[in-house]
Write a protein that binds this ligand. Structure first.
Ligand code: ZN
Length: 82
């Protein structure tokens, strides 16, 4: 199990989800969010090209196509649902 974890899929670890819940999401425009609380703030925007549906300017996103900031925005949009 977990053999695909290192490939570029959208699997996120529980650690990332846990981190996402600690981040602060601020709406800075229409469909634009500033996510802070990590090492540095990042801007998340919707992306039609990405399967995750969002774009982030952080390194983790460039690596995996998804990151804690995007998760934080998703959680924010769901209204803090667990
Ligand atoms: Zn990010």
């Amino acid at each position: 199990m977990g053999i695909k974890d290192e490939s570029k899929n959208l699997t996120v670890s529980k650690k990332v989800i846990k981190k996402a819940k600690t981040l602060k999401v601020e709406e800075i425009g229409e469909f634009m969010w500033l996510v802070s609380g990590g090492t540095e703030p990042h801007v998340v925007q919707p992306s039609l090209e990405n399967p995750a549906g969002f774009f982030c300017d952080c390194l983790a996103y460039q690596y995996r196509g998804v990151c804690s900031h995007i998760l934080a925005v998703e959680l924010h949009l769901k209204g803090g649902e667990k």
